[in-house]
Ligand binder design. Sequence first.
Ligand code: ZN
Length: 154
Amino acid sequence: MTTLIGALLVAVAVVIFVLQPVVKGIQASMGRTDDELTDTEARKRVALLALRDVEYDYLAGKLDDADYHSLKAELTAEALAALRADEEARARVSGTAFPGDEELEAEIARVREGLRAGVVCVVCGFENETGSRFCSSCGQKLGPPATNTARQHA
Ligand SMILES: [Zn+2]
């Protein structure tokens, strides 16, 4: 009998432990703050992270040139659309003009440069100053991904 009660207590403790973040999440979404990501910001983040992964996979030799170029084109288009949606949502709120495609493309090029230089954080996506060794947002060690020389022979 005592073992049953013991097992029950453990089960209850596990349920409470598991549900804790869920409950916290519900509370957080009810009391939304300004620094949380909006839908368009989240979409932009996902698109840019996907683009970053393609760059890293290519540098690591996991993608061949053809795959890299087609994936990059596809994801750049998605990132552009996401950036545009985000800028438009922002402009709607602030009442400023929408940036043009050139500006958006420049932003994507800048992010890609940062990824290649290893200053964009692989964990949180934060763009750090050139030459940074650690992410100033989350503390992650920065640096370009290890290049795989085997790629030339693949
Ligand atoms: Zn970071």
